[in-house]
Design a protein around this ligand. Structure first.
Ligand SMILES: [Fe+2]
Ligand SMILES: [Fe+2]
Length: 394
């Protein structure tokens, strides 16, 4: 199983005034599980893999190590982590991520963090070393603040007292505003009090001639028409209004685990794929000298590509199985449909245009269209075959 890694690149404008070129890396949704909390052969771990949506959990320590060595070698100005740092909010994993972040900061690389929906008070936090899962010590809201506040919140110009939201200057004319969309009071949205605070900070930035790039875990704009509920901010309209009034042109998000970019009325939302899912990517955002233009492209961690692709294929097969079982088609046709479906899912998550790999996959595409276009997966696959997943205005 081999797959050629293809580029992903987007660009846009920013309303900065002057300043040197800056390079920001974005690593989303690593869902790190501490090696002390699982054993690969344990039944408890294998049962998690069986319901896991394609994450290469067992190799994330090495994937993170590859990322860190690259960052230490190439030295971006900052590394942004838009949440879901841990698999399911296990304290041990958060402590280990904190140690990794400290290694970057020790070399002068700024680290900026916001929480994801899996990071705080998650009831699935588990130890997976035995036959069955047992509860792991969870990350509480206090623990998240204690361990992560030095990466953004404490180094901020201003911080929101109601959430883990902060605004950090990267240059005289450029700030990053990290929104916490995972408070206990309003999970999946941004608190009213936080919006009032953000509106004030955006007005202050504008008065001081600074552009602001925002970051949040949930998607600001729809990134995939089949994945809206639970992915897009609950109070999207209100937040869009505030960002528009504050002249924000670029937002960075994660959570949906796929690579995509959507735009609406001069505002772009780039969602960076999960670093734990094939093709194990991270985003590189370059702010050009003068701070009037940005360019985003994706880089890859290369060491575990084959294992990640295998995991994605197995996951898609599981997703598609029920639908395929219910179709009145021959076994040979079912095989073609399975293959096409797996290839489509890989392309959607990687942000690539879908190209069938051979005649078998092409036949599978035709069958999805003719025999299953009224099912959920049929609609999803037919839409992706037509490259609708690449559309930037949804
Ligand atoms: Fe998430
Ligand atoms: Fe996630």
């Amino acid at each position: 199983m081999k797959m050629q890694l293809r580029p992903y690149e987007r660009h846009g404008t920013l309303n900065g005034r002057a300043g040197n070129r800056l390079v920001l890396w974005i690593l989303a949704d690593p869902h790190f599980l501490s090696p002390s909390l699982f054993e690969e052969t344990a039944d408890a771990f294998q049962s998690i893999l069986a319901v896991n949506s394609g994450k290469l959990i067992e190799h994330m320590p090495e994937v993170m190590e590859e990322f860190l060595s690259r960052a230490l070698r190439e030295h971006p100005d900052a590394v942004l982590f838009p949440g879901d740092l841990t698999l399911n909010g296990e304290l041990e994993g958060l402590l280990e991520m904190g140690r990794m972040f400290s290694r970057l900061e020790a070399e002068g690389i700024r680290v900026l963090v916001i929480p994801g929906n899996h990071d705080i008070d998650c009831r699935y936090a588990s130890v997976l070393t035995g036959d069955v899962a047992s509860p792991a010590e969870r990350v509480t809201r206090d623990a998240f603040f204690r361990e992560m506040r030095r990466f953004g919140y404490d180094t901020a110009d201003a911080r929101d007292e109601h959430s883990f939201s902060w605004i950090v200057p990267l240059a005289d004319d450029l700030r990053i505003l990290g929104f916490d969309s995972n408070t206990n009071a309003f999970p999946g949205g941004i608190l009213k009090e936080t919006m009032t605070w953000a509106e004030k900070e955006l007005a202050r930035a504008e008065a001081e001639g600074a552009a602001v790039i925002t970051m949040m875990h949930h998607n600001l704009l729809v990134q995939n028409r089949f994945m809206e509920t639970g992915f897009v901010l609950k109070n999207q309209a209100e937040v869009l209004d505030v960002l528009k009034r504050g002249n924000v042109t670029l937002n960075l998000s994660g959570h949906i685990h796929l690579q995509h970019c959507s735009g609406r009325k001069g505002l772009t939302d780039i969602t960076t794929e999960s670093a734990a899912v094939f093709p194990l990517g991270f985003g590189v955002l370059e702010i050009a000298e003068g701070h009037r233009k940005w360019n985003y492209h994706r880089e890859y961690m290369t060491q575990y590509q084959d294992a990640a692709l295998r995991r994605m294929y197995e996951t898609c097969e599981r997703f598609l199985q029920d639908t395929l079982d219910q179709l009145d088609v021959s076994e040979a046709d079912r095989t073609c449909m399975r293959k096409a479906g797996q290839e489509v899912c890989v392309a959607v998550f990687a942000g690539w245009a879908y190209r069938p790999s051979d005649e078998e996959a092409k036949h599978g595409c035709r069958l999805w269209n003719e025999r299953a276009s009224d099912t959920f997966w049929g609609k999803y696959i037919v839409s992706a075959i037509g490259q609708k997943h690449m559309e930037e205005t949804i």
